[in-house]
Design a protein around this ligand. Structure first.
Ligand SMILES: *Cc1c(COP(=O)(O)O)cnc(C)c1O
Length: 400
């Protein structure tokens, strides 16, 4: 048996590999340079072009670019009319922003548990948490796989809730043949560098509803309108504009939009490579009895953002922490997605207690995300597989 690097053995590779990484090429850099040398570095033609491209890609009627995925979620909550006294149901197995956006509006996030096989918010648990205060559901396409859209849509229609999809992981994914972005009432994207395509910081909301579109536009630019039809007062002159709602400055710049437009050209290629790597991992890990892998849903043609290993700890002599550290010693840097949101001290102080969502909590304690990004070479992928295999061989019960 090969000795583990953490026990003084030779690591599977010399250079550290991280769990995710952007891929910026010369074409991307040139696209940004052109904008920086032009007249508009913000609120110019590239933002408008990007919004048309996103609408066309997602088959949504409207797309509004945002300064981040978090801003997108905040604006979606504003457009949904969420305020003090309201409740919004979401998952704890997500980045904090999926729930923070509800707090920004003075409302209360309510955490529904996840399905133990898909890791997605469980429609049954959504149903169990609906009260007369519930206004919306924020469902997260965790790891890039689309949530159970049909079931969630039915629940939302039945109880008159807005369906907000947090698609920070899932640009490029299709559900039942339709692109993510056209399915929920509002879909929120993130273009942070670890996500599939990036604008540095950035985000977007897509929607098919004109009323929501108008509110999203106002929310992301100070609540200010230049459209006479939307004004309450008569314009005093050509300079006149009106603040009709309280909004923010959540706009994307034109050079970010240019970067993202250039990145979007590569989305299909990135998706294919991500799928290829995920398939190789599936082949290598699918039959290992010490591992559980997220169940793949046939309805979702997934642009895979994260690849997660769930350890069957009762078959191993090590903890998740020790596994994580052993991977680091082999020079494979993993990460954990995610700490249940309500475990954070800030949420604890708001009154949320551990034990709320047993399934999500159990998953959190057993998972880690291994490297997955399109620029990984086949050799990198094999290194990751060798590291996992080596650690399992050394630590399965009965070996030490
Ligand atoms: C990244 C992420 C966000 C936030 O996006 P930012 O662009 O970083 O603000 C929200 N939800 C999920 C699930 C994410 O992964």
């Amino acid at each position: 048996m090969e000795k583990l690097a953490i026990d003084g053995g030779i690591p599977v590779r010399n250079k550290k590999i991280s769990y995710g990484k952007q891929w910026i090429d010369e074409e991307d850099i040139e696209a940004v340079r052109e904008v920086l040398q032009g007249d508009f570095i913000t609120c110019g033609p590239k933002v408008a072009e990007l919004e048309r491209a996103l609408a066309s890609l997602t088959k949504a009627r409207y797309a509004i670019s945002m300064s981040s995925g978090t801003a997108a979620l905040h604006c979606a909550c504003i457009a949904a009319g969420i305020g003090p006294g309201d409740e919004v149901i979401t998952t704890p197995l997500t980045f904090a922003a999926s729930a923070n956006c509800v707090l920004y509006c003075g409302a209360r996030p309510v955490f529904a548990d996840v399905d133990p096989e898909t890791y997605h918010i469980d429609p049954e648990s959504i149903r169990a948490h609906i009260t007369e205060r519930t206004k919306a559901v924020i469902a997260v396409d965790f790891t890039g796989q689309a949530v159970k859209v049909r079931e969630i849509r039915e629940i939302c229609d039945r109880y008159h809730l807005l369906f907000i999809e947090d698609a920070a992981h899932s640009i490029g994914t299709n559900y039942a043949g339709e692109p993510v972005g056209s399915l929920a009432d509002m879909t929120c994207f993130s273009f942070h560098p670890v996500k599939t395509v990036t604008s540095g910081e950035g985000g977007a909301v897509t929607t098919n509803r004109e009323d929501l579109y108008r509110k999203l536009v106002l929310a992301h630019t100070h609540g200010i309108t230049h459209e006479e039809a939307e004004m309450e007062e008569r314009p005093e002159g050509p300079w006149y504009y009106e603040e009709t709602a309280l909004g923010y400055n959540y706009r994307m710049t034109d050079f970010q939009a240019a970067l993202l437009l250039s990145q979007l050209k590569k989305l299909e290629r990135f998706k294919a490579r991500r799928q290829e790597i995920a398939a190789r991992y599936q082949e290598a890990f699918g039959k290992m009895p010490e591992l559980f892998l997220q169940k793949e849903m046939p309805e979702s043609d997934t642009c895979r953002h994260l690849y997660i290993l769930q350890l069957r700890l009762d078959s191993l002599n090590i903890t998740r922490r020790q596994f994580f550290d052993a991977m680091s010693a082999e020079n494979v840097q993993c990460q954990v997605h995610y700490i249940p949101v309500y475990w954070f001290p800030y949420y604890r102080k708001l009154g949320y207690k551990r034990g709320l969502c047993p399934c999500a909590e159990k998953i959190y304690q057993e998972i880690l995300s291994i490297p997955l990004y399109p620029r990984m070479s086949d050799g990198d992928v094999e290194d990751v597989i060798r590291a996992v295999t080596k650690i399992l061989e050394n630590t399965r019960k009965g070996t030490r």
